[in-house]
Design a protein around this ligand. Structure first.
Ligand code: CU
Length: 583
């Protein structure tokens, strides 16, 4: 069991940890930092934080040969763009250092957030400074501090709020830009995710597509947004994603974080969507285990919040909500997410959820990765990062490049010099729903007599991130949306250029599982393809960026909620499988 740390000491004991040679990235081990909910910072703490972010963003990026490693540009750039290594020119690889869809997702991001915190402490000369987290359990909207344009610091005066946005100190070029055709196949257009120097990061409802072919349309679209209402729209979207409207039977991301932190049975399935999908495939095929419910990895709700801030609608029944579908904020794509300062507060929360999982599973000193399980190969989802070979096995000893740590080194956060102030989340029972809300809770497996598995939805032909939704219709009446229920939801946090070749070994399909509420499934266990008449009772929709023509006949990228086509060139499947338990 975890020993509570006495915060009065100045330096944790690392003498027996063997960590010394790996700590070169750390500004200083002491003093110990206590990471709090950003809403609980006092005025001085908030001023110190804002000043440190301001200073870090003001730092020049250095040169390609000698980057300034304590600049916001360099650190934010470790995650995705600007690409380097094999991923610069080849979509089979990943040009950023971050890990998604594999077992290194929580540990790599732990080292990443620590690197940012170290740099903040160093540039501000405040060794006590701790990065706070955006408490997504408690706050269902974006805290004010992230949405105000200006901030007034003592002595310095009014500055652009460095937590609101970041202006790129240097641009980056999308070397993987490609030609894609619109849905009718008649118009071709370059898909280009370049961003110039001084580009300012944006969130829902704004679009940040500023490549050559998109610039004009984006400016025109952004000009239609009423700035005074922009924050309201962002918050509305985030609220729906985190809480899920009561008309759905799918839980919101908040509930999924709870499932992950309290219930994921081992680190491997807790850590990422690829491993969790395999675990759930096994549960799905062994119906007597349905009492255990499907597992949730921490990566899944993490993806949902990225998409919420980036501007992807929660595809609920209330289709009259005004969140514009052309929103393309930086948080919504892997390529640029880390340039939005809110990324680090979101990931500080993810790291806290990781720590909670460790605490609830007696894994604060040690845990392991199941060898050779899906999610342990760099080609399982995103492609190998720079310098990594495609056939390497990801394990506790894999370097978390570019940081001088392995996953083993970052197991115990107290040895890394910090802790979370999160006492109320250390209780043994899973966090209850917030009392003021009527929350749709997941269908209890004991009540569900059927479940659905959807597989074969490809990432390769889709531009950027997307959302997969499963709708259940009570009758055979087609398009009876008034009575449809959203029963499954998968936020897929992706990038603009995913390997598209048939020969690529990367596994690029999405699989999702959901329990079905009573009376919402086709009769009996069955497996069928999209387009089959049985699909009428279960419709699979994909919300993604597509090339379409606008009213002037000009091709544009637009967020579209579409049924998947069943086109094997796009989706190798997709298969819908229903299993029913008798009795
Ligand atoms: Cu992330």
């Amino acid at each position: 069991m975890l020993q509570r740390v006495d915060f009065s000491f100045s330096s944790p004991n690392t003498s027996n940890s063997g960590l010394t040679s790996h700590l070169k990235n750390t500004y200083a081990m002491s003093p110990f930092r206590l990471r709090k909910n950003i809403a609980d910072l006092d005025e001085k703490e908030l001023n110190d934080l804002v000043l440190a972010f301001h200073l870090l963003q003001e730092e020049g990026p250095g040169t390609a040969e000698a980057p300034n490693e304590d600049s916001f540009y360099t650190i934010a750039g470790y995650h995705g763009q600007p690409f380097r290594g094999a991923g610069y020119g080849n979509r089979d690889w990943w040009g950023g250092y971050c890990h998604h869809g594999n077992v290194l997702f929580p540990t790599w991001h732990r080292a990443y957030v620590l690197r940012l915190e170290d740099a903040l402490r160093k540039v501000s000369n405040k060794p006590n400074l701790a990065l706070p987290y955006w408490d997504e359990f408690a706050d269902s909207i974006v805290p004010n501090i992230f949405t105000q344009r200006k901030y007034t610091l003592p002595v310095v005066g009014e500055i652009d709020n460095p937590l609101f946005s970041y202006k790129l100190a240097q641009g980056f070029f999308d070397n993987l830009g490609r030609i894609a055709s619109d849905q009718a196949g008649t118009t071709t257009r370059k898909v280009d995710y370049s961003k110039p120097k001084k580009y300012e990061t944006v969130r829902c409802p704004y679009s940040g597509l500023v490549g050559e072919d998109d610039k004009a349309a984006t400016e025109e679209y952004n000009a239609t947004i009423n700035e005074a209402q922009a924050t309201e729209r962002l918050n509305e979207n985030v609220y729906y994603w985190l809480r899920s409207p009561a008309t759905n039977t799918v839980p919101g991301m908040r509930q999924l974080y709870i499932n992950a932190a309290w219930k994921a049975p081992n680190y491997t399935v807790f850590s990422n969507t690829t491993s969790a999908a395999k675990w759930n495939d096994d549960i799905f095929s062994r119906e007597h285990e349905w009492e255990d419910d499907f597992v949730v990895s921490v990566e899944r709700p993490h993806n949902g919040v990225h998409l919420a801030v980036g501007g992807y609608d929660m595809p609920d029944k209330d289709r009259n909500r005004k969140t514009p579908s052309q929103a393309n904020g930086d948080m919504g794509e892997n390529d640029t997410a880390a340039f939005d300062p809110i990324f680090f507060f979101h990931h500080c929360f993810i790291d806290m959820v990781f720590w909670l999982w460790q605490f609830h599973h007696e894994a604060t000193e040690n845990f392991d990765i199941i060898p050779f399980y899906p999610g342990t190969s760099p080609i399982d989802s995103q492609g190998p990062t720079p310098g990594m070979s495609a056939d390497s096995q990801l394990n506790m000893e894999t370097p978390l490049t570019p940081f001088r740590y392995t996953s083993r080194d970052v197991v115990n956060i107290q040895e890394l010099g910090y802790e979370y102030k999160c006492d109320k989340y250390l209780q043994k029972d899973p966090l209850p729903p917030p009392p003021i809300d009527v929350l749709p809770l997941p269908v209890p497996p004991s009540m569900s007599r059927s479940a659905v598995r959807v597989t074969g939805i490809s990432r390769s032909q889709r531009l950027g991130s997307f959302v997969v939704a499963i709708w259940a219709f009570p009758s055979d009446k087609e398009d009876d949306w008034a009575h449809a229920t959203l029963v499954g939801l998968e936020p897929v946090f992706s990038r603009w250029h995913v390997p598209g070749c048939a020969n690529c070994s990367n596994s690029l399909t999405v699989t999702l599982h959901a329990h079905l509420p009573p009376g919402s499934s086709p009769t009996g266990s069955d497996k069928f393809k999209v387009g089959d008449e049985k699909e009428r009772k279960l419709k699979i929709m994909v919300l993604d960026n597509q090339l379409i023509k606008d009213d002037k006949g000009l091709p544009r990228k637009k967020r579209v909620l579409n049924p998947i086509t069943g086109d094997s060139k796009v989706d190798p499947g997709p298969w819908i499988e229903v299993r029913k338990v008798s009795g």
